[in-house]
Design a protein around this ligand. Structure first.
Ligand code: ATP
Ligand code: MG
Length: 388
């Protein structure tokens, strides 16, 4: 067993080989091994057809048999096993019209996007690298397999993938490949926005995001992405550590409200709401204890860096720790108390009352003590909210 192999991957590999099918490790995992990283998920490619794969394993999931992909479950592991295939005639710049299963690994590697992703390792640890992927990894370059122009015409997502890999790997793009990206930028408008969104999420996780965005703009790709502006400043993207933060800055620099961004890039409701919170915080001038209470430390620290605020990280941590309560749950007064002490407070007023108490406690206008809260309510809000 190689040190990067898992029980599951070894098992699947051996089983396929024993049954007489050629099988190799492929794709991102092989690239990661070449980079000295531990691969995230290990993909296997095989000459066996999807039916032959299914017949060999007890637990399988058909995730796209027509494309040749079967997931094999081994213990807790999920392994993607894909039949060698070639792809032909991409009439819509998106998906191959026809997938042809082939028996040759070389054919399969040829249809892959970049040389670094078009290598395989067999069960004995032998590298199969017909397009010099290892050499390009050594040179830290991203190079299309074969004719870059053709490859981007076949599937324009590869253009965005190149940018995404710049962000995650810090590689540069080989000049012919980059020229072809620029030339075919307009093909991005044919892509399903969901696929772009997926690549953006990965791009926002990369350590070299600013470098990637610079290429995105230099090659003019932004013209063909939803709702973009001609020029943006890239510096603050340096602080992005997770996708949501990337989307926040993407919204900010293109002057989009969270709803507009979410519509344009088909973000989820959860993402849209998270972005809205960040955008509001970015506008807050004075960080009162109430603001510090309402936002998580992650949110505060990110916005602090983007806006180059004067609070230090440890000051913010302290401000947060010193708050009388950390969340509603810590409040010494809840819905049941409202019912008990203020039976005339009904409907919307209940929520309003609790919110005012919460605020008063956070701002230390009253201490977090049931008796004192009652006294404070009687004096300050009773007449407004607790009398019918
Ligand atoms: P990650 O580490 O982010 O998963 P990856 O290279 O494994 O990166 P995947 O999207 O998981 O990316 O794809 C697996 C492999 O399939 C790639 O390494 C590449 O060989 C091939 N591939 C994926 N998308 C394309 C595409 N659009 N065109 C050609 N080949 C592709
Ligand atoms: Mg992968």
């Amino acid at each position: 067993m190689f040190k990067w192999e898992t029980e599951g991957s070894r098992f699947v590999m051996e089983r396929l080989l024993e049954a007489g099918h050629e099988a190799v490790y492929v794709g991102g995992a092989v690239r990661d091994i070449a980079l000295g990283l531990t691969p995230k998920d290990i993909d296997i490619a095989t000459a066996a057809t999807p039916e032959e794969i299914e017949a060999l394993f007890r637990r399988t999931i058909d995730v796209g048999k027509e494309h040749g992909t079967i997931i094999v479950l081994v213990g807790e592991e999920q392994l993607e096993v894909t039949t060698y295939r070639s792809e032909s005639t991409y009439s819509d710049y998106r998906r191959p019209d026809k997938v042809t299963f082939v028996r040759s690994l070389h054919e399969d590697l040829k249809r892959r996007d970049f040389t670094m992703n078009a290598m395989a390792i067999n069960h004995e640890g032998r590298w199969i690298d017909p397009f010099n992927g290892l050499f390009h990894i050594e040179k830290r370059t991203i190079q299309a397999v074969g004719q870059a122009d053709e490859r981007f015409e076949e599937d324009a997502l590869r253009i965005i993938r190149a940018v995404r890999f710049v962000s995650t790997l810090g590689f540069t793009i080989e000049s012919e490949t980059q020229r072809a990206m620029k030339k075919h930028a307009s093909l991005l408008s044919h892509l399903a926005v969901e696929r772009i969104k997926q690549e953006f999420d990965k791009m926002f996780r990369g350590d070299y995001l600013v470098q990637a965005l610079r290429i995105l703009y230099e090659t003019g790709l932004h013209h063909y992405l939803p709702e973009t502006k001609e020029e943006i400043t890239l510096e603050s993207f340096e602080y992005v550590e997770q996708p949501i933060e990337g989307w926040v800055l993407w919204a900010q620099c293109h002057q989009l409200a969270s709803t507009e961004l979410a519509r344009a890039y088909k973000l989820s409701k959860k993402e849209r709401e998270a972005i809205a919170r960040y955008l509001t915080l970015l506008q807050e001038q004075e960080w009162t204890p109430w603001i510090v209470y309402c936002y998580s430390l992650d949110e505060l620290l990110f916005v602090r860096r983007v806006n180059a605020r004067c609070e230090t990280e440890s000051e913010l941590r302290q401000m947060k720790e010193r708050l009388p309560i950390q969340s509603k749950r810590d409040l010494a007064f809840d819905g049941r108390d409202v019912k008990q002490y203020y039976p005339n407070c009904r409907g919307k007023n209940i929520g309003q009352l609790l919110e005012e108490i919460e605020r008063a406690v956070v701002l230390q206008k009253v201490s977090n003590d049931t008796e004192e809260i009652i006294e404070w309510v009687n004096e300050h809000v009773y007449e407004r909210l607790c009398i019918k």
